[in-house]
Design a binder for this molecule. Structure first.
Ligand SMILES: Nc1ncnc2c1ncn2[C@@H]1O[C@H](COP(=O)(O)OP(=O)(O)OP(=O)(O)O)[C@@H](O)[C@H]1O
Length: 808
């Protein structure tokens, strides 16, 4: 092997300048992970050629293959300064060796990476530190694999393992003490815009900074989680929202920087108490530590010339490269050997968000990923140089005490405490209310008992009073009896004897007391007698009272019976009143009917009168004709015709008059039927017997013009035959008129008969009804209505009879 200048740049001296034990060096760790070759690299057109060689768990060499890797191996000769200088200007070829906090080769396991690289930072968050894990590297080098990996199993990445560890550590209670609250948030920076991956509607979020919270994303949703499973669900949800796309180097390339944030609050010491005014009491020995773990999966850098990206993909790549370049600038500024000039955190959202993680209050671990393939030599070398530079960053990590007492855990505990106290207060109130109700119930019961007792007492005292009164009455009676006995006033021989012996006994005892007999030794018998007397008297009085009570009871029953009877009478009276009202209505209707009939009758009379007048005039004319006929000679036709006409007229007049009178004097049962019966003679002519004086009267009447014409015609008859035929003609007309009249009369009679019969039957019904309901009714009134009805019935019968006679 020819001697060639060593082109190995060994950064180990710079990277490990600080001993691992010092805090600042510990706070910013840089690890390298080399992924295994992918199938596409192994099976590609160009045979796979390796360029990254892991030499130990802390050192790695990258070689473009232009010289043997082991060229310096075994020489142990450090490069001369001139050689180093030459190397610095020949960065893109040759062999480069780097030393870091840890180097993981292609065969490294997820668990190893987590345990040695991530775990210390993760557990430090439980102690109140900020910790950040940043996966850096070219696209397709395994950043997402390291951070997320598979959700379950051996391939689980740092994030799921970190979450599990957080909960495991809390639950196992090892070094951790107190109460914990774990919250999670998930965001992505895509095209320099911040998105909330757990609330996709929240976009374009702003980064803010304040003294208490440091740098934070305003409006980013935080989710309280109680188990690794809950966190896994959040991660899955967020991963679905994350921007990915296929690139030449990676089929599922992350096109955004993703940050999964876990905040752990730990309250230690005494309980958080709430002051009366609602604030917290800082003096109660409670300390709340707030640790924040940022798990950052950066989008991969990509050479535009190689990516072949265009359009949106090109824009994404540019933005990704720009933000990664800003990250490089921040790191350069932070590691500037001239000191710490302006650090351009604000040049990108990524660096702004990672302000604390880069040179601030944080325990940061950067895992830089490289591809083993020679084709990625240039990017790999660039990554290693970047990592080497970052390794010089110094962070100052300190425990975050929640001095302002605004930690969410504190707030939640206070809220919990407040709610608990409210609950207990309400429960107490409820109990109080229940007690109050019970007491109230008891009070009511007691009041009722008291009232009942008072009533009973009143009853008892009333009874006692009565008893006392009775007793006093009895005593009074006894006294009066005794006084009677003392004076010996005829109260019976037995009593007199008893008292007499009592007095004797009293005298013997030289006692002047009225009841001395009972007290004295010899008065024992007297006292017994008196008692017997009193007993008897008592019995008598009792009997007397009992009989009085019975009498009173009887009286009470009688009164009740009377009252019931009165009620019945009252009901009957009401019924009778209703019947009277109905009857009065019927009578009024009947009066109305009678009035109508009266009017009809009067009309008929009027017509009758006119007919009679006409007949009278005819009669006069006939008489004149008769005279003329007599003068002409016997048995002439004119004479016969005149006689027949006179008879006819006379009959008609009589008939009219009788009918008229019959109706006018309808109430008179001894109705006279004037007029005559029409008799048909053998000759066929009608014969009218002249029974009326009017028929033979010779009185002359003023003849009206029409009827006068008949007379005039008769008087001026040229021959008797002509006269006769005229008269016969007229006679026939009169007969026809009479027949019409008779028909009319018959019809009128039928109507009248029906109406009168109806009225009569109504009256009969009324009378019957009255009879059946005359219980307690005025007897005179009933009788008078009955009489009226009977009279009407008789009147009707007579009328009907008379009419029948007229007809026959
Ligand atoms: N250590 C590893 N062991 C096995 N396979 C790995 C490892 N690292 C990466 N891979 C595989 O390499 C491919 C690319 O990995 P990954 O997507 O994690 O890269 P990346 O750096 O996140 O890419 P990008 O920046 O484009 O998102 C995946 O198929 C992944 O499974």
């Amino acid at each position: 092997m020819t001697a060639v200048p060593q082109q190995v740049q060994d950064t180990s001296s710079a990277a490990t300048a600080e001993s691992p034990g010092t805090s600042e060096g510990e706070n910013f760790k840089v690890c390298i992970r080399v992924r295994p070759p992918l199938p596409r690299e192994l099976d590609g057109r160009i045979a796979f050629s390796e360029c990254v060689f892991v030499e130990s768990d802390r050192s790695v060499t990258i070689s473009d293959g232009s010289m043997p890797l082991n060229a310096l191996d075994g020489t142990g000769v450090p490069p001369s300064p001139s050689t180093l200088e030459a190397m610095m200007h020949a960065e893109s070829y040759g062999n480069h060796r780097f030393t870091f906090d840890a180097v993981y080769g292609p065969e490294s396991h997820q668990e190893d990476v987590y345990e040695s690289c991530a775990k210390p930072a993760v557990t430090s968050t439980l102690a109140g530190y900020n910790a950040t894990m940043i996966a850096y590297g070219q696209t397709g080098t395994g950043k997402t694999f390291t951070m997320q990996g598979a959700p379950r199993g051996e391939m689980r990445g740092i994030i799921p393992r970190a979450i599990e560890d957080v909960f495991y550590t809390i639950e196992s209670g090892g070094d951790t003490k107190g109460r914990f609250l774990v919250r999670a948030a998930y965001l992505q920076i895509y095209n320099e815009v911040i998105y909330d991956l757990l609330k996709p509607e929240r976009t374009n979020l702003a980064i803010r900074e304040d003294r208490r919270r440091g740098v934070f994303v305003e409006g980013l949703s935080e989710w309280v989680v109680r188990s690794p499973e809950a966190v896994r669900l959040l991660m899955d949800r967020g991963a679905q929202q994350r921007a990915t796309g296929a690139t030449r180097m990676n089929e599922l390339s992350s096109r955004s920087h993703a940050v999964f944030v876990v905040v752990v609050e730990n309250a230690r010491g005494g309980q958080i108490s709430q002051q009366a005014h609602g604030g917290t009491n800082a003096e109660d020995g409670v300390s709340v530590r707030v640790g924040k773990l940022n798990l950052v999966d950066l989008a991969g850098s990509e050479r535009l010339s190689l990516s072949g990206a265009a359009g949106q993909r090109l824009e994404e790549t540019k933005r990704i490269n720009a933000s990664l370049s800003a990250l490089g600038n921040v790191i350069s500024a932070l590691t500037d050997p001239r000191g710490r000039p302006h650090v351009p955190y604000r040049d990108s959202k990524l660096t702004r968000l990672l302000t604390d993680s880069l040179g601030g209050n944080c325990k940061t671990t950067m895992i830089c990923h490289v591809s083993p393939a020679l084709e990625a030599f240039s990017e790999g070398l660039s990554t290693l140089k970047f990592a080497s530079r970052a390794k010089q960053i110094r962070n100052e990590a300190r425990v975050n005490e929640d001095l302002d007492q605004k930690a969410m855990l504190r707030k939640m505990e206070l809220e919990l405490r407040r709610l608990r106290s409210e609950l207990s207060e309400r429960s107490n109130k409820l109990v109080d209310k229940r007690k109050l109700l019970e007491v109230e119930e008891k009070r009511k019961q007691a009041e009722q008992d008291k009232l009942r007792a008072i009533t009973e007492l009143q009853n008892m005292s009333r009874e006692i009073l009565l008893e006392k009164q009775e007793k006093a009455e009895l005593e009074e009676r006894i006294k009066s009896l005794q006084s009677q006995l003392l004076v010996g006033g005829g109260a019976g021989d037995q009593v007199g004897a008893a008292v007499g012996s009592s007095r004797k006994a009293a005298d013997g005892a030289s006692s002047s007391s009225p009841d001395g007999g009972a007290r004295g030794g010899g008065g024992g018998t007297d006292a017994a007698r008196v008692r017997q007397l009193v007993k008897r008297e008592n019995q008598r009085v009792r009997k007397e009272y009992e009989s009085k009570l019975e009498a009173l009871e009887r009286e009470r029953l009688q009164t009740a019976e009377d009252r019931a009877q009165i009620g019945r009478y009252k009901a009957l009276l009401l019924k009778q009143r209703d019947i009277m009202i109905a009857l009065t209505q019927r009578l009024a209707e009947r009066d109305e009917h009678i009035g109508t009939l009266q009017v009809e009758l009067e009309a008929y009379d009027e017509r009758q009168r006119r007919l009679e007048d006409a007949l009278d005039e005819k009669t006069v004319a006939l008489i004149s004709l008769r005279k003329a006929a007599i003068e002409l000679g016997p048995n002439n036709d004119l004479d016969r015709a005149a006689a027949a006409a006179a008879a006819d007229a006379s009959a008609l007049a009589a008939s009219s008059k009788s009918a008229s009178e019959m109706y006018r004097t309808g109430s008179d049962l001894s109705l006279h039927m004037h007029g005559a019966t029409l008799v048909r003679g053998d000759s066929g002519a009608e014969h009218i017997p002249t029974t009326s004086s009017s028929s033979s009267t010779t009185t002359t009447h003023a003849v009206p013009a029409d009827d006068g014409s008949v007379l005039a015609r008769a008087a001026s008859l040229p021959a008797p035959s002509l006269e006769n035929s005229a008269l016969e003609e007229e006679n026939r007309a009169l007969k026809a008129q009479a027949a019409d009249h008779a028909k009319e009369r018959a019809a009128l009679r039928a109507i009248l008969e029906n109406k009168v019969a109806g009225l009569a039957s109504n009256l009969a019904e009324d009378a019957n009804m009255l009879k059946s309901a005359d219980d307690g009714m005025d007897a005179d009134r009933v009788e008078s209505i009955g009489r009226e009805a009977r009279a009407l019935q008789r009147l009707v019968a007579a009328t009907v009879k008379a009419l029948s006679q007229v007809d026959s």
